[in-house]
Design a protein. Structure first.
Lengths: 316, 373
């Protein structure tokens, strides 16, 4: 019996230690919570974490970042409900699936919490849930612009490497790109999964089976990094037209070496940073910009890489 | 043969134990201790963060209830000596089937739900049948179904609707009698009274101004409680419950003493699938859409809850109440860490630590009960 008691005491101490650590980190003032839909494994959201931390520091407010560990949107709905229950001044969240998330967001708004939608969502949906504004990149439009650009460069067919097949908003990029090219999307979008080795092998398999493919479109670093390896291994690096959404270390290197023709930067930093600034000023002084803020798209090519390279993966 | 023993009412073959010891030392003890510790800690560190107001309580109870629903099935199956790794995929699959039947095919929602339940339970039965017939470890067989079901969950909606999330179920379920059983709320009258009396928080603006933020107990929680009670009674008060223990403890000697081991195991696989389907239906009815990524890794969360609750991985030992407490601990910790403001990536670290502590504690308790060394 004695040893059991000891075990219990030990368990208590182990469980309590990080909790005490956490309470020490909280600050006075307004509190804003950012809820994302990204699983822990998605490295792109690191920029968001850094952006919101910097904004919290500069505006002298308390900020928190939360996400469903596996990327399950139903879990995300619970996190939004939880965030609302903890009574922050504002919530910044994505609207990755309107059906699932609109209820909890609407409830938070009705409770008197200001909400800004970032990253995913359409202006109509944002209005419908009662959020203050949308900060992000309209995905279809960005894909369409990229498609037009690729068409101008002589591209007629492509493969879209989609690593988040369950996110309908991200798939809009592929649809927009296809429409911009003026071709039918058809089977040109592949579900690559999240595992780098699997992504690489699926891209290799697709390009081997469809050697006529003109271009590759990847939807983020998760799919772009392994795809870079795939084209290098197949000996078509620099030969095949390669465009990608979002930036990261490897993508910047790829643009620099000419393997990637362009990267579309939706400037996630702004998506995390601006909502905190907007919410803080709205809470403190009652001022609010009059419209949604487009954080992208911006095409990053070989010519303009200085700052991008310096801060890739951190703030870019 | 003397009649002395009968009159005194004491059987000298049974070792005497104090009442306190019998009451305390039971499979659930680890779960009970854990629950007390976890609640004490969060009251201390997150007591004023909104975790224990009406909305906060509902939040972690809902999450715990989700775990409970799948943990009851996983617990009974584990006691019967088998695993089901396809629970998470089954959740995604069942949800998607309801969406396809009701939205794409336009069936009435009650029909979609019933057909999905039959389908899921049949797949559970198939799982069990393959395990029993081939003698393969259930770990491998259900791992295969983890991939098969997940694959279909992604493939079918893409084939039919060209997307991986099917929405619009809420509109389809409007006024449906069976949808309410999964997606409705009970005690709404009580909560609006509490809201009017100012005892719980109300909405400050919008169309629902003045109404309570928590307007009822979701059916999800009712299902969890009903399943836990059902599972507990089944396991501890019926002959079938003894068969479950016997099948998991030593299948061969159970067979020799006339327990229909194969039937018990297949039935438990079907019950696990049933629980997963309840989870899926509640989720789909609440959120109004089914997604291909729903239920990822839920099979492990179920197993973790069961193990925290004191069940033995090798079967033959465990308790449904323990599993329910395990689910409660899991849910409270997962949501409580957010309330306490802990960096969310540390969640997995906590989960691992709790699991480890629980297993060590439970091992000592089990040794005390069974007397093994």
């Amino acid at each position: 019996m004695f040893s059991t008691m000891k075990k219990m005491a030990l368990a208590t101490a182990v469980a309590a230690a990080p909790l005490m650590m956490a309470t020490g980190a909280s600050a006075e003032g307004e509190k804003y919570i950012l809820v994302s839909h990204a699983p822990d494994s998605d490295s792109w959201w690191n920029t968001i974490k850094n952006g919101i931390a910097l904004a919290g520091e500069q505006m002298n407010v308390e900020v928190e970042y939360r996400n469903p560990p596996t990327g399950d949107l139903a879990d995300m709905a619970r996190i939004i409900e939880q965030a609302a229950a903890s009574g922050p001044n504002g919530i910044i969240t994505t609207l990755a699936d309107f059906d699932v998330l609109s209820g909890p967001i609407r409830a938070a708004v009705d409770q008197g919490i200001n909400v800004i939608i970032m990253n995913s969502g359409t202006p109509e949906q944002v209005r419908e849930v009662g959020a203050l504004m949308f900060v992000g990149q309209p995905e279809y439009d960005a894909g369409f612009a990229a498609g037009l650009r690729a068409k101008g460069d002589g591209v007629g067919s492509f493969v879209c490497v989609n690593h988040v097949i369950s996110n309908t908003v991200v798939a809009e990029r592929c649809r927009g790109f296809a429409d911009g090219l003026g071709v039918d999307l058809g089977d040109q979008m592949i579900d690559s999964g999240q595992d780098p080795a699997e992504i690489k092998n699926r891209v290799t398999a697709y390009l081997t089976a469809n050697p006529e493919t003109d271009a590759i479109l990847t939807l983020g670093p998760t799919s772009a990094d392994p795809t870079l390896l795939a084209v290098e291994e197949m000996g078509i690096a620099g030969d095949i037209y390669f465009g990608t959404f979002d930036l990261g270390d490897e993508i910047v290197k790829g643009i620099k070496s000419g393997v990637i023709n362009w990267g579309i930067d939706q400037q996630p930093f702004l998506q995390a940073y601006l909502p905190v600034v907007v919410l803080t000023n709205y809470d403190r002084y009652g001022v609010l910009p009059g419209n949604n803020i487009n954080s992208g798209p911006g095409f990053v090519t070989k010519d303009a890489l200085g700052k991008v390279e310096e801060f890739a993966g951190e703030y870019r | 043969m003397s009649d002395g023993n009968v009159t005194s009412g004491v059987d000298e073959r049974i070792k005497e134990q104090s009442r306190l010891r019998t009451a305390l030392i039971r499979p659930e003890l680890g779960g009970i201790c854990g629950t007390i510790i976890v609640f004490a800690l969060f009251l201390l560190f997150a007591g004023d963060s909104g975790m224990f107001n009406s909305q906060g309580v509902l939040n972690w109870s809902t999450v715990s209830a989700q775990f409970m629903i799948i943990a009851v099935g996983a617990c009974l199956l584990m006691i019967a000596g088998e695993f089901d790794l396809s629970v998470g995929s089954m959740i995604g699959f069942a949800g998607m089937m309801i969406a396809i039947f009701s939205v794409t095919l336009g069936w009435p929602v009650w029909q979609a739900i019933i057909v999905t339940f039959i389908l899921s339970v049949a797949i559970g039965g198939l799982n069990g049948f393959i395990v029993v017939r081939t003698g393969l470890p259930s770990f491998i067989v259900t791992l295969a179904f983890l991939f098969i079901l997940r694959g279909f969950t992604i493939f079918l909606p893409q084939l039919i609707e060209r997307k991986t999330i099917i929405g619009g179920i809420r509109d389809a379920a409007e006024g449906d009698w069976l949808a309410v059983v999964f997606g409705g709320k009970v005690l709404t009258g009580l909560f609006s009274w509490l809201g009017e009396a100012g005892m719980i928080a109300t909405f400050e603006r919008g169309t629902k101004k003045g109404m309570p933020v928590v307007d009822g107990i979701p059916m999800l929680i009712v299902w969890a409680i009903v399943l836990v009670i059902f599972g507990h009674i089944l396991l501890t008060r019926t002959q079938f419950g003894n068969w479950v223990f016997a099948s998991g403890g030593d299948a061969e000697s159970a067979r020799n003493s006339g327990v229909p081991v194969n039937r018990v195991k297949i039935l438990m696989f079907m019950f696990t699938a049933f629980c997963a389907c309840v989870f899926a239906t509640c989720q789909v009815m609440e959120f109004g859409s089914a997604g291909a990524d729903r239920g990822l890794l839920k099979e492990f969360e179920a197993i973790i809850a069961v193990v925290i609750g004191g069940a033995l991985l090798t079967g033959g030992y465990g308790s449904v109440i323990g599993a329910a407490l395990g689910a409660l601990i899991f849910g409270v910790v997962q949501q409580g860490l957010f309330f306490a403001g802990v960096e969310s990536s540390l969640f997995r670290v906590f989960l691992g630590l709790i699991l480890l502590a629980a297993v060590i504690l439970n091992t000592y308790i089990r040794r005390m009960i069974t007397g093994e060394r």
